[in-house]
Design a protein. Structure first.
Length: 157
């Protein structure tokens, strides 16, 4: 591998990382929007954000696929690559991307926990309503007995 080829790989990887960082920043904003939509119980917004995130994640995977070869070349020739101008900046970009991914994952875990709690609360509320309905039906039968039910006292005499 020539120094020039390695420099081209470094430039390609840096450009790919910049594009990934732009997408990751957008995903991070969407992650915050998901948290807010979860807090406000805005299901429609949750679906919109999820759809947008799928689209962005598809782009992220596409970019990652395109720069994978450059990353492998740089990793194989790390000693020589580390002497190239811009290598330190690329390492910083890589670290920034990793940090953003960690923050997004953390926020997503919080959102998922909140959604699980909301599901438990919804189930408990549903169970309480069902229990209340059963109780009300029983009470209705007591205060308003059906005429077709045989009574204890025969009124004919």
């Amino acid at each position: 591998m020539t120094r020039r080829e390695l420099g081209e790989s470094l430039l390609a990887y840096a450009a790919g990382l910049e594009a990934e960082l732009a997408l990751l920043r957008h995903i991070q904003r969407l992650s915050s929007e998901q948290q807010e939509a979860t807090r406000s119980h805005d299901i429609d917004r949750l679906h919109q954000v999820a759809d947008e995130r799928v689209r962005l994640m598809t782009g992220l995977v596409r970019i990652e696929h395109e720069i994978r070869a450059a990353r492998h070349v740089l990793a194989e020739h790390q000693n020589l690559a580390s002497q190239l101008a811009g290598f330190t900046e690329v390492v910083e970009l890589h670290q920034m991307a990793a940090a953003l991914v960690s923050r997004i994952i953390s926020a997503d875990q919080e959102t998922m926990a909140a959604l699980r709690e909301a599901e438990v609360a919804r189930r408990e509320a549903t169970q309480a309503i069902e229990t209340g309905e059963t109780t009300l039906n029983a009470y209705r039968r007591v205060i308003n007995p059906s005429l077709s039910v045989p009574s204890l006292v025969d009124r004919r005499g």
